[in-house]
Design a protein. Structure first.
Length: 141
């Protein structure tokens, strides 16, 4: 069975498979992982969707709340809860107890991006019910 073609929209990914179409809102995506021969998208509810689209093509099209922390993983920074050094590696801790190793070349860019996302975006509860936005920007009042 051919694993999904992917269509990028403003608020979601639409994955077309031979027998169904799946809509994945960006704010529901936890990570995107290259696992030969497929790319796997995992949602915050631990649902998995398999694609034949290379990770590099997906990385170019995702919103700025996503970060490619190494060659095989893109993570949604909204769900990152901890960043720490474990031995000689820097590790991200995210929802569902998942851990991701950050490439040493990307750790400084990661810190900047994480700070930007955590100070400018949040996952709005209103968006979960109305689905009118991907992520809300925080407004300083």
């Amino acid at each position: 069975m051919k694993k999904g073609n992917i269509l990028f929209c403003d608020r979601e990914l639409i994955v077309e498979e031979s027998n169904k179409v799946t809509c994945l809102y960006y704010y529901d995506i936890l990570d995107v992982v290259a696992e030969a021969p497929y790319t796997t998208i995992t949602t915050i509810k631990n649902k998995k969707v398999y694609l034949e689209t290379p990770l590099s093509q997906i990385a170019k099209r995702l919103p700025s709340v996503f970060f490619q922390c190494n060659r095989s993983v893109i993570v949604n920074l909204i769900y990152v809860s901890l960043y720490e050094k474990e031995g000689s590696f820097f590790v991200l801790h995210a929802a569902l107890g998942k851990k991701y190793i950050i490439s040493s070349r990307k750790k400084n860019v990661f810190r900047e991006r994480l700070h930007y996302v955590k100070t400018h975006f949040f996952r709005c509860e209103a968006c979960l019910s109305c689905r009118n936005a991907v992520f809300c920007e925080k407004f300083n009042t």
